[in-house]
Write a protein that binds this ligand. Structure first.
Ligand code: HEM
Length: 403
């Protein structure tokens, strides 16, 4: 933790809706008693990667088999699809083991989570896109990894692939045989394993990384990203006064718990409750947020891509909305120019818009149609899979960004 004072951590945590109580100078001390596994241990998730997947993908890369795997994966889309024919035997055996929900997955909760996603969809698209997406650029390891991997050089396509994941997770049948999410998760898990093999071969990445042992994307890093997604969104919905039943809150968490399992995170790291998730987030995410040259570049590209869409608002408004959801501290890190008139509009208009939409206020606020166009245009951006003209499948990379 080089860039934030303890007071700064507390302020930033509060602004993000992530109560920050951790002392980041301490070693990992989040006990697994608060995890799905419920065991009593303190294991450092930054020294855990994905032993079930990493050696297999490393050998597929070394043997030049990944392009054929990507081609075979084209026809593997639905959760209910048979595994594609012609895969290397080791990969088929692996997928037979992992291409399934964990034993503790609760189909009723997953269905409730899907209904919640539908009810919350406009807020979710907005918060995942402008909140989590831009927050990822101030998560130093994630920013450096994304920048120096192959996809960092093609951010439009990369953003579209990430949207594929979010869209598949949020679909009503995400976990059903007709949905895509289990397959998409497996492709993502394999992609992460490829990155673990490839990035350490990038001199440019090695010269900037602080990843432990030059091995990226540990379980701890994935948990951090989860908090920038699920925990952040949950905190913001609460902070905005949006009503969520206890059932909905539990269902939304459960969906993310299953998602983490499918990405290869161990059960003894997956928080069992929102209280435990918030505590882990305060511990692991808030203190490490910081600007990097790579993150600054990525944020500029992502916001530039978003601004290409007609959102019915100015670029100044867009920048200020990012500041509004993520804090001015992060806005300053990302050098987002100020537009105080837009900020005034947002500070007054957004809470009024939410209150009206949620039936908490009968008064149609000034600026309602502007905010409505804004959130709907962002949702369409998501549903259209970014700015790409068509569905963008996730493919396993075979190289890095040229240095
Ligand atoms: C690739 C999702 C955590 C770094 C991907 C892809 C998805 C994804 C959907 C495939 C799209 C693409 O290839 O661009 C997630 C989710 C995470 C997570 C849902 C956690 C909940 C992380 C973390 C890091 C990371 C913690 C690094 C610290 C990368 C990189 C790629 C990637 C470098 C490959 C991009 C390329 O092909 O060049 N991730 N990720 N991810 N992810 Fe993640």
């Amino acid at each position: 933790m080089q860039n934030l004072s303890r007071r700064g951590v507390l302020t930033l945590g509060a602004a993000l809706g992530l109560t920050a109580v951790a002392d980041p100078t301490r070693a990992w001390a989040w006990s697994s008693t608060a995890s799905i596994a419920g065991t009593d241990a303190v294991t450092d998730p930054w020294s855990v990667w994905d032993d079930a997947t990493d050696p297999l993908v490393a050998s597929l890369l070394t043997n030049g088999q990944i392009p054929a795997v990507n081609t075979a994966f084209d026809s593997w889309v639905n959760n209910g699809d048979a595994l594609p024919a012609g895969l290397p035997a080791g990969l088929t055996t692996y997928l037979q083991q992992v291409n399934t929900l964990p034993s503790w997955a609760d189909p009723v909760k997953l269905q409730q989570g899907a209904q919640f996603n539908k009810r919350m969809s406009l807020y979710l698209f907005l918060l995942y896109g402008l909140g989590s997406g831009i927050m990822s650029t101030v998560i130093p390891r994630e920013a450096r990894n994304v920048y120096w991997s192959a996809g960092g050089a093609e951010m439009q396509s990369r953003a579209a692939k990430t949207f594929t994941y979010g869209y598949d997770l949020s679909a009503p049948d995400a976990f059903q045989p007709t949905g895509h999410f289990v397959v998409t998760s497996n492709k993502t898990r394999l992609t992460h394993a490829a990155v673990r093999h490839l990035l350490p071969q990038s001199p440019a990445w090695r010269s900037v990384t602080d990843d432990q042992d030059f091995r990226p994307i540990s379980n701890g890093d994935i948990l951090i990203t989860f908090h920038s997604l699920g925990t952040f969104v949950y905190g913001k919905l609460n902070a905005w006064g949006i009503r969520m039943s206890a059932t909905e809150q539990a269902a939304y968490l459960h969906m993310w718990q299953v998602a983490l399992h499918l990405l290869g995170v161990r059960d003894d790291f997956i928080p069992a409750s929102w209280a435990a998730a918030k505590q882990q987030s305060a511990y692991a995410l808030t203190p490490i947020l910081a600007p990097t040259p790579e993150g600054l570049d990525l944020a500029g590209i992502l916001l530039g891509l978003t601004a290409q869409i007609d959102l019915g608002v100015t670029r100044g408004f867009l920048n200020e909305f990012v500041r509004y959801v993520l804090s001015d501290k992060i806005g300053d890190w990302l050098k987002l120019p100020r537009d105080l008139v837009s900020r005034g509009l947002i500070e007054v208009g957004w809470p009024a818009y939410v209150a009206f939409r949620e039936g908490l206020s009968p008064i149609l606020p000034t600026g309602f149609s502007m905010f409505d166009k804004f959130v709907r245009a962002l949702a369409m951006l998501f549903l259209n899979n970014g700015t790409s003209p068509s569905y963008t499948p996730i493919t396993i990379p075979t190289g890095n960004r040229p240095g």
